[in-house]
Design a protein around this ligand. Structure first.
Ligand code: PLP
Length: 494
């Protein structure tokens, strides 16, 4: 009896503590939630005041963090104080108006609000049943994007985490298609080959490696003076592989290469794919967003040949990371590569609905369509077009300053918002790479802008990409002043 009494009082005590904590948690959450939205609003307004890249060395952050997890709950005041004192000073500020590095990962208030709701609802959207609205919104919003880019009717969209994952999925689907969905076992043992330009992103090689083709089965096709894939060289490579007994499976064309923004010509590539039965995947991770402008739709000439297409709203379409839009021409065949039907996942609606768990590698899925829907609705297509047009204008303006200045050399065409250039003060070629590396370091040391580099035909090139939501002409002018000033200093030291 005493035992039972003990158990009951213990349970009661636990219940009282738990419900008190729950009430506290609710109050704290409400209070902190409001404060943190204010924090984010202020951050976005003032992000330009931070150095774009933090001045920290490897280990600096780790050394300030507790190495063991806390045994008991900590006060929010302490947790947030550590965020402000340890984490924030170690962050790189991707939303900074002086962000000109890599490609952008721009976000927007609309997208952030969408993420708050997604996190708040905490839904796991693997199938229609596990969140009907999430599935159906994803279908609709992806079709909006398809229309906005002018992709062919009938292409079906799914949101992936990244372009790398989407490209891997395309390579897996292409592999299955080339082997007759494993029914044609005879073909399965023949080597399968993949083709991409020598400027393709490393995610293509990574995908080829993971998908089991073998890295050596990736053919690196030469590019022309604009760094675009040469279709004749592609066809020659395909024919050579066929003669050698391989099965050419997939071409990955790039719209907007990472190094220089080059655009591979889709039509002739598509004609080759159609002639030899290859899967054509398009990696438009960065440049796809630009296709929302009718004046840039020429990039998509030949898109009717495309089997799959990926671009990243998380790069240039104001939708914060992660959100990668992946479109597939033949959804029935595509899904065969990924679908699994264990008993515990079967639902009564399976025949009637899309279950996006069958559209990729992962089972569990985040509700990413919500933020995209918020972004498209709150800016409207015209608002998004205006942003992209402005970024293109600013890139051209920057390019025109480089063109007029005797110390600079342009390294590639500026088709979109990426400008590749280097300092060339006439010193011998073998010293130019070194001096340009120094130039990049000196520019970034200012903390006011951040640029990254690439190599084009063995030459070190600086890249300036305009794509931050907050970047205005004044910021590009400031970037130019810093770049020109540092270049003139280095040239003066010759
Ligand atoms: N493809 C291209 C052309 C890219 O420039 C990038 C990244 O910048 C990627 C793919 C990889 O994108 P993600 O980070 O979404 O995998």
């Amino acid at each position: 009896m005493a035992n039972l009494f003990n158990i009951i009082t213990q349970k009661l005590a636990f219940f009282l503590v738990a419900s008190k904590e729950l009430a506290m948690e609710k109050e704290t959450f409400r209070l902190l939630g409001h404060q943190l939205v204010d924090w984010v609003a202020d951050y976005l307004e003032k992000v330009g005041q931070w150095p774009v890249v933090p001045r920290v060395s490897p280990g600096d952050i780790k050394n300030q963090l507790a190495r063991r997890p806390p045994e008991t709950a900590e006060a929010w005041a302490d947790i947030l104080a550590d965020f402000n004192q340890i984490i924030l000073p170690g962050m790189t500020h991707w939303q900074h108006p002086g962000w000109f590095a890599y490609f952008p990962a721009n976000n927007s208030p609309a997208s952030i609000l969408g993420e708050i709701l997604t996190a708040g609802m905490g839904a796991q959207c693997m199938s229609w049943q596990t969140s009907p609205a999430a599935t159906e919104l994803e279908e609709v919003v992806m079709d909006w994007l398809r229309q906005m880019l002018g992709l062919p009717q009938g292409m079906a969209g799914v949101i992936q985490d990244t372009a790398s994952t989407a490209t891997l999925c395309a390579l897996l689907a292409a592999r299955e298609k080339a082997t007759g969905f494993l029914s044609n076992r005879q073909g399965f043992y023949q080597p399968l080959t993949v083709y991409a330009s020598d400027q393709a992103h490393s995610s293509v090689e990574k995908g080829v490696k993971i998908a089991g083709y073998g890295r050596e089965k990736l053919r690196s096709i030469p590019t022309d003076e604009n760094y675009a894939l040469i279709p004749e060289a592609l066809e020659e490579s395909v024919r050579e592989d066929i003669r050698a007994g391989a099965i050419p499976a997939c071409v990955v064309a790039t719209l907007g290469t990472t190094s220089s923004g080059a655009i591979d010509p889709l039509r002739p590539i598509g004609e080759i794919c159609s002639r030899y039965g290859l899967w054509l995947h398009v990696d438009a991770a960065y440049a796809g967003t630009a296709a929302i402008l009718p004046e840039l739709r020429w990039m998509l000439d030949g898109v009717e040949y495309v089997d799959s297409f990926v671009f990243n709203p998380h790069k240039w379409l104001l939708t914060n990371f992660d959100c990668s839009a992946f479109f597939i021409r033949d959804e029935e065949n595509y899904v065969q590569t990924f679908e699994m039907h264990p008993e515990y996942l079967k639902t009564a609606q399976d025949r009637l609905v899309k279950n996006f768990r069958d559209w990729g590698i992962q089972l569990g899925r985040r509700f990413r369509a919500l933020k995209l829907w918020f972004v498209i609705r709150s800016y409207g297509v015209q608002g998004l077009q205006a942003m992209v047009r402005e970024h293109l204008r600013l890139a051209q303006l920057f390019r025109s300053w480089l063109e007029e200045h005797p110390l600079f050399e342009l390294m590639a065409p500026t088709t979109l918002s990426l400008v590749c250039f280097r300092l060339n003060d006439g010193r011998p070629e073998d010293q130019l790479n070194l001096i340009n590396r120094r130039l990049n370091e000196n520019i970034n040391a200012s903390g006011r802008i951040f640029l990254t580099h690439t190599e084009l035909r063995g030459q070190y090139a600086l890249r300036l990409v305009v794509g931050s939501r907050t970047t205005q002409e004044s910021h590009v002018r400031q970037a130019w002043e810093i770049i020109r000033g540092e270049a003139e200093k280095l040239a003066g030291q010759k």
